[in-house]
Ligand binder design. Structure first.
Ligand code: ZN
Length: 353
């Protein structure tokens, strides 16, 4: 018997304009159920959630709404406790990262289906089964379930703050190094490697470079946001095909997670990943200057100062990164010495002096 590989994918992905109102139709067509919990954030995402609730209540669904302010384990447990006896069949996450992460965790633990309605394109968790929940023993993501439906309304997502859009670009740029790390782990450690998933993840990174002119403009055009959303979804699908975060998360993500530990979530995930990618490209002996140029052009952070951290935090994170999870990358099993970390950060201009 050979290696058995299971692939979980969304059943339906809807991308376009004014599509929030069609949600009931898709839920009915896929027979997902009647009892729905909607998880949203406060502010604008609450307004979008209300729209979704109105449509669903109007069509006869039983709908409960819960708001979350962060994606911590405490918040996740609160939501779980509140709805554990409600025979929940569907959990819908409406929001940026946090609401969707809590929705994933809730759906997984209540054995319900998941619907993802992103309102910001800031990371590739939109269409992946992986959730980032703060306060667990590890800062990395955990496997939950793949969304059955993803509804990406470009009109809604285009209104997200520029910073969140650019962060999404940073998360995707990271695939240049995550795929290199994956190949390395395959060659050196015999780890499973899937060419198709790797190519798909890489393609999503290349799209950011291809459309960097668009992303550099002050008001990012909806066509660019659409291309970004499609690339973020592709990256999520790549993880679904691989059955792990491998195609989308390598040493650049280890650095980002380590920086979150060292400096307590100082910047957006995608911003940290972008800076990590510059440094890990250098370690791989690849064209790190090009990555830096693209990030600068689109207005993403490329230095410690721009991430809002001290030079020392960068060095610490670099020396800690390999310990974040047992995942073989260019950082090796022993990681970087302090001296190597400092050199790396200096040469790539992430730290000054
Ligand atoms: Zn990421």
């Amino acid at each position: 018997m050979g290696h058995v590989h299971v692939i979980d994918l969304p059943r339906r992905i809807i991308i376009g304009y004014e599509i929030l109102d069609h949600i009931a139709k898709h839920i009915v067509e896929l027979s997902l159920g009647k009892n729905i919990v909607i998880v949203s954030g406060p502010g604008m995402t609450k307004t979008y959630a209300k729209r979704v609730i109105d449509v669903l209540v109007d069509k006869g669904f039983n709908v409960w709404h819960v708001m979350v302010s962060n994606a911590s384990i405490n918040e996740a447990m609160r939501v779980l406790e509140e709805f554990k006896n409600n025979d929940v069949e569907i959990v819908i996450g409406v929001g940026g990262g946090k609401a969707i992460d809590i929705a994933k965790y809730t759906a997984y633990n209540l054995n319900a289906r998941l619907v993802s309605i992103p309102t910001a394109p800031s990371h590739d968790g939109i269409a992946s089964p992986f959730a980032s929940i703060k306060g667990l023993d590890k800062p990395t993501s955990i496997k939950t379930i793949m969304p059955s439906i993803v509804i990406a309304d470009i009109e809604v997502i285009s209104k997200a703050p520029r910073r969140l859009i650019i962060a999404g670009c940073g998360d995707l740029i990271g695939k240049f190094t995550s795929v290199l790390d994956w190949r390395l782990a395959h060659k050196l450690k015999g780890e499973y490697y899937g060419e198709y998933a790797a190519s798909l993840a890489l393609l999503s990174a290349k799209n950011v470079v291809k459309y960097s002119e668009w992303f550099s403009s002050k008001t990012i055009p909806p066509e660019a946001v659409r291309a970004l959303v499609e690339a973020l979804i592709s990256s999520g699908i790549a993880m679904g095909i691989a059955g792990s975060t491998r195609p989308a998360s390598g040493s650049e993500h280890l650095f980002a997670h380590a920086l979150d530990v060292v400096a307590n979530y100082p910047a957006l995930h995608g911003e940290e990943v972008g800076v990590g990618t510059i440094m890990m490209m250098y370690l791989h002996g690849k064209n790190w200057r090009k990555i830096k140029r693209v990030l600068k052009k689109i207005g993403a952070p490329t230095t410690a100062r721009e991430l809002g951290v001290k030079d020392e935090d960068i060095i610490k994170a670099l020396t800690l990164a390999h310990k974040i999870r047992p995942r073989y990358t260019i950082l090796g099993e022993k990681g970087l010495t302090r001296e190597a970390a400092e050199n790396l950060a200096r040469i790539t201009g992430v730290i000054q002096g």
